[in-house]
Design a protein around this ligand. Structure first.
Ligand code: NAP
Ligand code: F7E
Length: 321
C-alpha cells in the first residue's frame, strides 16, 4: 500500500486529493493547523476522517514536518498548504511569504533529511505568470514569470526552490503550475464561490446586493477534482518535470457573473455594485493556460468545462442555503 503525505489536507484541493488517493488504495496522511475553533478546521474532510491519518502540523514549524516524515516514510508528498488568497496577500505580505516561500523551503528540507527517496509535488500557480502572456494569448511552461502580487512572488520562490532541490540533490521534486480551479468546496471569498453564493442568496430573498472588485479580469477556471488527478499523474511521471494544468478556455469575471445570475433567471446588472475594497493594488488581468505538454504526456483531459463547473456550484449552494 502506497503512503501519501498531504499538507493543506483540509483545503479544497487537499480534501479532493485525499479522496482520490484513498480510491486508488493509498494510505493517506496529512496535517492541519491548530485553530481556536477546531470545528472550522476540517469541515471538508470530517466525513472521511476515519479513513485518514490527520495530525497537527504547520509549514512554519519544521520540527513538526521532520518528525512526521521520519515516522510515516511516505512514498509521495503533496505540498498544498498555503495562504492561498491573492488579495489578502497584499494585507499580510510577510506572513504569505513566510508560509508560501519559506514554508516550502521547510518541507523540502524535512523531505531531504527524512525521506529523500519519496516523490514531492509543489502546488505552483498561474499567478506566477502575472503580466506575462505569449503572443498567441496563452501561458505555458516556457512563459516568463512576471508576478503581480506578494502571493505570486512567494510562489515563484517556491517553484524555483523546488526545481533547485531537484537538480542540486537529485530529488524527485516536481511542480504543477495550476490555473484557477474551483468547486463547491472553494472558499467563499474567492470570486466564483462568492458570486454563486450571493446570487443564490439574492434569488432566495436573503440578500439584495453583491459587492465585487474588478469584473474585467479574465481567468481560466477548471474543477479541482480534475486538477487533483493531474497532480497524481505529474508526481508519478518517470522523469521529474514541471507541467501546466489548465482548461485552455478563459472568461471574464463579468461573463461568469452574468452566467450565474442568468441561470437563476436574474439580471446581474440589477444587483452587482463595485466596492473598491475588493480591488487589488496590482491586478493580474488575463490568464489562459496551454496544457498541451500535460495532455501529450499523460492521458488527462478535464471532465468539467466552465459551464458544468458553475452549474455544479450553483446546485450546491441552492441545496444548502
Ligand atoms: P485552500 O483551500 O486555501 O487550502 C490551503 C490549505 O493550506 C488550508 O487547509 C490551510 O489551512 C492550509 N495552510 C495554510 N497555511 C498553512 C501552514 N502554515 N501550515 C499548514 N497548513 C497551512 O487552497 P486550495 O485551493 O486547496 O489550493 C491548494 C494549493 O494550490 C495552495 O498552495 C494554493 O496556493 C495552490 N493553488 C491553488 C489554485 C486554485 O485555483 N485553487 C491554483 C494554483 C495554485 P487553514 O484552513 O488552517 O488556513
Ligand atoms: O480572483 C476578481 C479578482 O480571488 C479572481 C487562487 O486560488 O487562483 C486564485 O487566485 C479574479 C481576480 O482568484 C472580486 O480581482 C473581482 O481578478 O477568485 P480570485 P485569483 O486571485 O485568480 C490562483 C491561480 C491561485 O493560485 C490562488 O491561490 O476575480 N474579483 N471581484 C474578485 N476576487 C475576489 N476574491 N473577490 C471579489 O469580490
Amino acid at each position: 500500500m502506497k503512503k501519501a503525505f498531504i499538507t493543506g489536507i483540509g483545503g479544497q484541493d487537499g480534501s479532493y486529493l485525499s479522496e482520490y488517493l484513498l480510491e486508488l488504495g493509498y494510505e493517506v496522511h496529512g496535517i492541519i493547523r491548530r485553530n481556536s475553533i477546531p470545528e472550522h478546521q476540517s469541515t471538508r474532510i470530517d466525513f472521511n476522517v476515519k479513513n485518514l491519518n490527520v495530525y497537527y502540523g504547520d509549514l512554519l514549524d519544521i520540527s513538526s514536518l521532520e518528525k512526521l516524515l521520519k515516522k510515516i516514510q511516505p512514498d509521495e508528498i503533496y505540498n498544498l498548504a498555503a495562504q492561498s488568497h491573492v488579495r489578502i496577500s497584499f494585507d499580510i505580505p510577510q506572513f504569505t511569504t513566510q508560509v508560501n516561500a519559506l514554508g516550502t523551503m521547510n518541507i523540502l528540507e524535512a523531505y531531504r533529511n527524512a525521506c529523500p527517496e519519496a516523490k514531492y509535488y509543489q502546488a505552483s500557480s498561474s499567478e506566477m505568470f502575472g503580466l506575462s502572456v505569449d503572443s498567441d494569448g496563452f501561458q505555458r511552461e516556457t512563459t516568463r514569470f512576471m508576478p503581480t502580487s506578494p502571493y505570486g512572488c512567494a510562489k515563484v520562490f517556491a517553484f524555483n526552490i523546488t526545481r533547485n532541490y531537484r537538480l542540486a540533490y537529485n530529488l524527485h521534486a516536481v511542480n504543477g503550475i495550476l490555473f484557477n480551479h474551483e468547486s463547491p468546496r472553494r472558499g467563499s471569498n474567492f470570486v466564483t464561490s462568492k458570486v454563486v453564493k450571493e446570487a443564490v442568496r439574492i434569488k432566495k430573498g436573503l440578500s439584495k446586493i453583491l459587492e465585487l472588485g474588478n469584473m474585467d479580469s479574465f481567468r481560466d477556471w477548471g474543477h479541482s477534482k480534475d486538477y487533483v488527478r493531474a497532480m497524481h499523474l505529474i508526481i508519478n511521471h518517470s522523469v521529474p518535470d514541471d507541467f501546466v494544468v489548465a482548461t485552455g478556455q478563459t472568461h471574464s469575471v463579468r461573463e461568469m457573473t452574468e452566467y450565474v445570475f442568468s441561470k437563476l433567471n436574474l439580471d446581474y446588472k440589477d444587483f452587482v455594485v463595485q466596492n473598491p475594497i475588493y480591488l487589488r493594488p496590482e491586478e493580474l488581468p488575463y490568464l489562459r493556460g496551454d496544457s498541451s505538454k500535460l495532455k501529450s504526456t499523460f492521458d488527462w483531459k478535464p471532465q468539467y468545462d466552465f459551464y458544468a463547473l458553475m452549474n455544479e456550484m450553483i446546485d450546491f449552494w441552492m441545496g444548502i442555503l
